[in-house]
Design a protein around this ligand. Structure first.
Ligand code: MN
Ligand code: MN
Length: 180
């Protein structure tokens, strides 16, 4: 179960879908979920790249299941029944909150502009090819979170990722970001 925060923005939706895709490519069964219906911009992005919205997580579904959190790590922002799940991984770009676990877990938190920038680098590290629609989702989230690189949280890593992703997704960043 891979999911982002409540009131899912573009990064929460796109990072969940992209990480689930990567996990499956690496032989780990994974599925993206959303805690609620995606916000308007995220819906636009899904429509644009013709990707289905993640299923909204139903109450009790994660009980005893392996869970990976993306784009958040704070208890208040996650599934209400997170304590009943088996948290195995966190990939995020926010400050560390107060989630605690019983067992050691895999954590990747970096001070970059977007969770999708970290996931882009995970594709690279694992030598997994990024297909058109995943490139589109990753790019959209980075453009959204960094406000087209105008946000002070923007890093060189975000820009480098977008350079390649915009080519795979075949979009002009400026005009696409405005449309988005
Ligand atoms: Mn977010
Ligand atoms: Mn984010």
């Amino acid at each position: 179960f891979v999911f982002g925060h409540k009131s899912p923005d573009t990064d929460s939706i796109c990072s969940a879908i992209s990480l689930a895709y990567l996990k499956n490519k690496l032989g780990v069964e994974a599925k993206a979920y959303a805690l609620e219906e995606p916000r308007k911009e995220a819906k636009f992005v899904l429509d644009y790249f013709k990707v289905e919205a993640p299923e909204v997580l139903s109450a009790g579904a994660i009980k005893g299941q392996d869970v990976a959190l993306v784009d958040h790590n704070e208890v208040a922002q996650t599934a209400d029944d997170i304590a009943e799940a088996n948290l195995v991984e966190v990939i995020d770009h926010h400050k560390i909150g107060c989630l605690s676990t019983d067992l050691p877990i895999s954590v990747r938190i970096m001070p970059v502009g977007c969770t999708c920038t970290i996931i882009y680098n995970l594709f690279k590290e694992n030598n997994v090819e990024i297909p058109y629609e995943i490139a589109g989702l990753l790019l959209s989230a980075i453009l959204s979170d960094t406000l087209l690189f105008k946000s002070p949280t923007t890093t060189e890593m975000d820009k480098l990722a977008c350079e390649e992703l915009s080519k795979i997704a075949n979009v002009d960043m400026e005009s696409y970001a405005m449309e988005m």
